[in-house]
Design a protein around this ligand. Sequence first.
Ligand SMILES: [Fe+2]
Length: 137
Amino acid sequence: MHFIKDSVENYLETILVLSKNNNMVRAVDIAAYWDISKPSVSNAMKNLREQGLILVEENGNILLTEKGNSQAKEVLERHSKIKDFLIYIGVDPATAEEDACKMEHVFSEESFQKFKSYCHWITENNKPYSDEIEKQK
Ligand SMILES: [Fe+2]
């Protein structure tokens, strides 16, 4: 069950990211992005279409519906907040990118909102994490 949820969220996020950079998002672009086969992307797109999350135009262009777009934005927000936080605490950016893409699916809404508030608090107070670590020594 988690795999299906993760996979739907990852596809929506990918469509949003690709649509920011390209004029068109086709199944082949998504397949190339994840280095997976086009038939698996086509199956996933059928599923997303049935859930009312995307529309596929005649020329193969994939568009997010309003519902799909709002879910995609949520996942992308989680991704970028988690990634920024991991980098902030010293994780290598490539690892942070990879880990954020896994962690973005597991936070409950409540935990994510608290996490966001905490990140906001850090920014407001402009406290380098390393200073906090030093204090504890
Ligand atoms: Fe992600």
